[in-house]
Design a protein around this ligand. Structure first.
Ligand code: LLP
Length: 436
């Protein structure tokens, strides 16, 4: 899906830009976001809904996958709303010019400050639990002196639907920290019915991430349509149904996810079927993909440095980043694929272990990478790093976070400035008493 090619120097090009030149210009490591791939994924989601869903719909970008001004602005310009999960992500979306009407605020432990910011901004709050619901009632009452606006909320339910993915990223099974338990739902509906300042516009559920099956979302649609009906019986004006994100992407050859079109089609058909069989009106349907919008749209370019061969065991090839810019392999044992950007047609000749530069043996980006012969100074490009890489990046070992550029039509523009050593100590305080 990347707008990639190989130029006459045998170099990888993305968005018409020579990756080795981008590294010379912007430094290494470098996140390179292909604007066209991201836009095209946004369009695929929207046009699939247009084709398969006769009712209203809204696609949201789950900005936890990569929250920054430029990415929010691109998604918004393609007609997407934004899903945020913290005051920081909310602030970023608002600063990117995203309209609050299409911002949905999730999270299982939003603070009073975050809830107040959300209410004042006018976004929709996806209420996760009783504690939040009750604090929201209090905050809204206090703020009501200054604003007479109703606060739009949705309710997050734990649907009790399982899917096959990594344990840390499953969220829909009953033993999940997110959402109201089914046992509680009717009491919640009744309570909200009594709240004059809260308008409950719909229900939400999210069952997990990097999912390849379609069945769990179809089951989810059915369960949620029934809960919508229940909510209406308590007098709640629910018209919106948000079925979360979760569509997986292809990291390696063996991954075989459905296409965006197939996934949306399955979702829409399930919602339509559930509504038809119970003779209900179609809800406004929302979904909030993150990974499948941005995952394949970005690569990370690194510079190869040292290497070490352990006879008869393996060769380590080290790059100038690692678990600080891509914590997914060490966290989830995630697999990635890499190419050598400055010798694209050189035949694959070895299997090496791509190691990061952190002081930790587990800092391995790719255990078995099939690469051509490499040497120091080569540019290694890891594919599919758009989702949950920058957003989970850290300064471990005080590595400055890499820069990011967005490329399109042979042009590269800065999205994130590379951190400097000064940036690293910006928040540090050195009390006088500590100076000798
Ligand atoms: N909506 C909610 C409420 C979510 O919790 C998530 C992801 C999404 C939408 C977007 O899911 P997606 O379409 O990206 O699968 N850090 C992990 C992924 C954690 C996902 C958390 N929630 C990883 O790197 O694999």
């Amino acid at each position: 899906p990347l707008t990639a090619g190989i130029n006459s120097h045998d170099h990888l090009e993305i968005g018409g830009c020579d990756v080795t030149k981008l590294v010379q210009q912007f430094g290494s490591p470098l996140y390179i976001l292909d604007e066209e791939t991201l836009r095209s994924a946004c369009r695929q989601y929207r046009s699939a809904f247009q084709n398969y869903y006769p009712g209203e719909f809204q696609v949201l970008y789950a900005s936890k996958a990569w929250s920054c001004l430029g990415v929010c602005a691109i998604a918004h310009s393609e007609g997407l709303g934004i899903d945020v999960v913290s005051g920081g992500e909310l602030y970023t979306a608002l600063q990117a010019g995203v309209k609050p009407e299409v911002i949905y605020f999730h999270g299982n432990n939003k603070s009073v400050e975050e809830l107040s910011l959300a209410i004042e901004s006018g976004c929709t709050i996806v209420v996760d639990n009783w504690y939040e619901l009750k604090s929201l009632v209090n905050i809204v009452e206090t703020l009501r002196a200054t604003s007479l606006q109703q606060t739009r909320i949705m309710l997050r339910l734990t649907p009790g639907i399982d899917c096959h993915t990594h344990d840390y990223i499953r969220t829909g099974h009953l033993d999940s920290k997110f959402g109201f338990d089914p046992d509680q739902i009717e009491a919640v509906f009744a309570f909200i019915g009594q709240q004059p300042n809260l308008t409950c516009v719909g229900l939400h559920a999210h069952i997990g991430s990097q999912i390849f099956e379609r069945q769990p979302h179809q089951d989810l649609a059915e369960v949620m349509v029934q809960w919508m009906e229940k909510a209406k019986s308590y007098g709640l004006p629910v018209t919106e149904l948000n079925l979360g994100g979760g569509l997986g992407i292809r990291y390696t050859e063996s991954d075989d996810p459905p296409s965006i079109d197939e996934w949306v089609q399955a979702l829409c058909q399930a919602v339509k079927a559930a509504c038809e069989s119970q003779n209900l009106p179609l809800p406004k349907l929302l979904c909030e993909p993150g990974r499948s919008l941005i995952g394949t749209a970005c690569v990370t370019a690194y510079t190869i440095g040292s290497s070490k061969t352990v006879p008869e065991i393996r060769t380590y090839v080290a790059i100038d980043g690692g678990m600080s810019d891509n914590p997914r392999p060490i966290t989830y044992q995630s697999l990635y694929r890499a190419v050598v950007a400055n010798r694209m047609s050189a035949p694959v000749s070895e299997t090496v272990t791509v190691a990061g530069k952190h002081c930790e043996s587990g800092d391995i980006l790719i255990k078995e990478a099939s690469l051509p012969q490499t040497e120091p100074g080569d540019i290694l490009v890891v594919m599919g790093t758009g989702a949950y890489n920058y957003s989970m990046a850290s300064n471990y070992n005080r590595l400055p976070r890499p820069a990011a550029v967005v490329v399109a039509n042979q042009e590269a523009k800065l999205l994130l400035r590379r951190e400097t050593y000064q940036d690293l100590i910006r928040q540090d305080c050195l009390p006088n008493s500590l100076l000798g």
